[in-house]
Design a protein around this ligand. Structure first.
Ligand SMILES: Nc1ncnc2c1ncn2[C@@H]1O[C@H](COP(=O)(O)OP(=O)(O)OP(=O)(O)O)[C@@H](O)[C@H]1O
Ligand SMILES: [Mg+2]
Length: 508
């Protein structure tokens, strides 16, 4: 081989990769080629097999078939340790750093610099090495800070620095921006560019199309566990990419809303205050309306709704439903008032990961399925679960599949299915489409439109401007725990909302 040929070899090659779970294929003969210093986006609908392919590459899951080679040499990756030794690290969707450790301890976990004779960890050295890495990556953070005190974005940075400290040549990022703000995303992209310039390849998974076009050089599309295509990002546009992913055109992302909201105020929050988190939040939601709560992550939107639902205690303020003051102290109270809150954090609050899809969907509705409060009507329960699975196109083998084994986006659909079955009058959705693929997004928007056409009311918290603009009749914008603006549909546009979300809006 000539030197020229060597440098043209891809850094990493995966070929004919197959993987089944209990006989059901998650990947069939998939291939992937990664070059040095490129950002390679891995795209596909929920359940397409992206995470599974990356788990195989990082040694967490074992493939059934296929070859992996690095620099043209075949390799075996039997454990995360072997992947690390080969220069492959993965920044996980769910970050689980050792929380009680300091930043420096976490980065050097398992490879601590020690004093020569005693073998005791040289903390000063460890701290200095951490600072060196930070300088190299242009990160400013205190190495002595305890991990549990960091924001999600900071934890991610620590993980990236850690990957760099392992001399990684390929860094996998699975939906890295799902819980960080716009400014943090900009910082992440800056770091990705820095990694690129050092020849490190990034494999990037995200459902956010604008990000994909901003950051990636090459795009590979998977669909239903099959390899579809690899192309330079510059040769693809939004519509073509969507078509490759979903295998059809999505004609309308945002459905036409037929019913106009009535005048009746169904839900009202007045003067709600929780010192330190938000002040004097007041708004009225009309029956049949899609009411948006916009703002940046950390503006206090989730905290407001959690307080409304009794997960936090307010210092002042009232909540009224149908004009009557209500005290919601538990999810059961909420259900009694026919209000449902679908939280953003599906892993923690929304789902029982070790239970089946069916049980998760029917859990809050068990009363509906019991006769005389005792015997569960299994048949009815099964039918109801199946209907929701079909309606939302949850990609599950059968209703008995354990939720933990669903792909991220399909878990989110199960949360939604569970609450739709309860037929709430008022549905509060916190980041309803986070981690959800573009086809399923369109489906969820359609469901929202259908619900309001039936006279239900939807309150939607979202960081995605597009969906606020596309779906809402009215929107309030929060900034640092205060309402900075309220817009009617006719009056809102991207610029207004962004300004208000940054605290620079004044109506005159
Ligand atoms: N441990 C498991 N047991 C059974 N099935 C599994 C397991 N892990 C993954 N699967 C299945 O493999 C398929 C691919 O899942 P994967 O998580 O790779 O999808 P994904 O492309 O990452 O989707 P998303 O965008 O929703 O994260 C899914 O149908 C999923 O249910
Ligand atoms: Mg995934």
């Amino acid at each position: 081989m000539t030197a020229q040929q060597v440098s043209e070899n891809p850094l990493l090659k995966m070929e004919g990769i197959s993987k089944s779970y209990s006989g059901v294929p998650a990947l069939s003969r998939v291939r992937l080629e990664i070059r040095r210093g490129e950002v390679h986006a891995l795209m596909g609908e929920n359940g397409a097999g992206k995470s599974t392919l990356m788990k195989i590459l990082s040694g967490i899951v074992q493939r059934d078939q296929g070859d992996i080679s690095i620099d043209g040499k075949r390799v075996e990756i039997r454990s995360p340790k072997e992947a690390l030794d080969l220069g492959i690290s993965m920044i996980h969707q769910e970050l689980n750093p050792v929380r009680a450790m300091t930043v420096a301890e976490n980065i050097f976990l398992g490879k601590e610099p020690c004093y020569r004779y005693t073998g005791v960890v040289n903390r000063r050295k460890q701290r200095e090495l951490t600072l060196d890495l930070f300088r190299e990556m242009d990160v400013s953070m205190d190495p002595d800070k305890i991990m549990s005190a960091l924001s999600v974005a900071e934890m991610q940075l620590v993980e990236i620095v850690k990957a760099v400290s392992y001399q990684s040549r390929v860094i996998i990022m699975d939906e890295p921006t799902s819980a960080i703000t716009g400014r943090e995303v900009a910082k992440l992209f800056e770091i990705i560019r820095r990694l690129k310039s050092r020849g490190i390849a990034i494999i990037y998974i995200s459902h956010k199309m604008d990000e994909i076009f901003r950051i990636s050089d090459t795009i590979t599309v998977l669909r239903d566990g099959q390899y579809i295509e690899t192309r330079p990002a510059g040769e693809l546009d939004h519509d073509t990419l969507v078509k490759l992913m979903v295998g059809r055109k999505i004609s309308e992302m945002f459905p036409k809303r037929i019913a106009a909201p009535g005048a009746e105020v169904i839900f009202e929050v007045a003067g709600l205050t929780k010192t330190g988190l938000f002040q004097d939040i007041s708004f009225k939601v009309r029956k049949g309306e899609v009411f948006g709560i916009a703002g940046l992550m950390g503006a206090g939107r989730t905290e407001v709704m959690e307080t409304v639902f009794g997960l936090r205690k307010a210092d002042a303020g009232v909540v009224r439903i149908h004009g009557r003051e209500v005290k919601i102290k538990s999810p059961a109270d909420a259900i009694r008032h026919r209000v449902a809150l679908i939280t953003e954090d599906r892993q923690l609050k929304g789902l029982n990961l070790t239970a089946s899809v069916r049980d998760n969907i029917t859990l809050v509705n068990l009363k509906t399925f019991s006769l005389f409060g005792q015997v569960l009507q299994f048949k009815k329960e099964n039918e109801a679960a199946d209907a929701e699975i079909a309606k939302l196109r949850v990609k599950t083998r059968h209703r008995g599949q354990i939720v933990r084994t669903l792909s991220g986006g399909n878990q989110q659909k199960v949360v939604l299915a569970k609450w739709l079955l309860a037929e709430p009058e008022i549905l509060v959705l916190d980041e309803p489409t986070r981690g959800i693929d573009i086809g399923a997004k369109a489906e969820i928007y359609k469901i929202i439109a259908d619900l309001t056409a039936q006279g239900r009311t939807v309150i939607m918290i979202s960081s995605e401007l597009e969906e606020i603009l596309g779906m809402c009749d009215r929107v309030i914008v929060l900034y640092h725990g205060r309402i900075t603006a309220e817009f009617e549909r006719a009056a809102f546009n991207q610029e207004n909302i962004i300004k208000a979300a940054m605290g620079n809006w004044s109506a005159n």
